[in-house]
Design a protein around this ligand. Sequence first.
Ligand SMILES: NC(=O)c1ccc[n+]([C@@H]2O[C@H](COP(=O)([O-])OP(=O)(O)OC[C@H]3O[C@@H](n4cnc5c(N)ncnc54)[C@H](OP(=O)(O)O)[C@@H]3O)[C@@H](O)[C@H]2O)c1
Length: 260
Amino acid sequence: MAGKKAIITGGSRGIGKAIALELASEGVDVAICSRSQETLEISAKEIRDKTGQNVFCLVTDTTDDSSVANFIKYSAEKLGSIDILVNNAAAPGGLVMGDIEDANPDELLLDINTKIVGYLRVAKQVVPYMTNRNWGRIINIGGLAARSGGTISGMRNIALSHFTKTLSNQLGPKGITVNIVHPGATRTEQTESSQASKAKESGTTISEIERQTTSNIDIRRIVDSTEIAYLVAFLASGKAGAITGESIAAGGGVGSAVFT
Ligand SMILES: NC(=O)c1ccc[n+]([C@@H]2O[C@H](COP(=O)([O-])OP(=O)(O)OC[C@H]3O[C@@H](n4cnc5c(N)ncnc54)[C@H](OP(=O)(O)O)[C@@H]3O)[C@@H](O)[C@H]2O)c1
């Protein structure tokens, strides 16, 4: 993969940062974006220092057309080309996680604007750079809420599965593959504090929260964000040219549903 150029949205922390670090470790120059400058610059420096690759960053809001256009123009100029896009920027779980009585339509619209329309905004700007070279990889980060009911915001991920297959139909003839990776519960920098607050709310311990979370995961542990990154790096590589339009889970075998 050495010499390839990649864009990762939401690359300042969590799964996006792990993906940016893994791609850069494979010799890929990367451009990352997020809304908060300080975390973004700290992460870009960390990835640059660890890998020696070019790592560019620009504050961007993927809910805004002109902000996205600006980021893609900046990235293309700095990187020289764009081979790989990882659409990842979104709030994990989404904003509408409770019952219908409490569901706020404006929060759902923001979720949809960020994760569905946001991914479309970025892909629309990036595709011309890939079609120019007749080669490209687009990997959308969804979520396993696509495969089971539970939270209203989960609908974002099933919509993205449809978007992925549709883009694969349209872009396959132009040498571009498009896939979606569905993480389940995934360990990031935020996991510890979120488990601590859940434990406090329910008057229990962090290890009990961890036990409850992992009880229906076949591998009985929370998948690490680095493990999502390994899968994304494979899909972004030349070796994955036959895989497109697919929804691929990396949830450690969570749940008991069977998918053909
Ligand atoms: N962690 C999990 O357990 C899990 C499970 C299933 C699916 N996922 C999916 O995986 C992806 C990453 O999740 P994560 O856990 O790594 O989340 P995270 O740690 O909260 O990171 C999200 C990243 O996206 C950025 N971001 C959010 N909204 C943005 C916007 N409008 N414009 C630009 N950047 C934006 C954030 O930075 P700023 O806030 O500074 O903008 C941050 O860099 C999401 O699509 C999520 O739904 C996560």
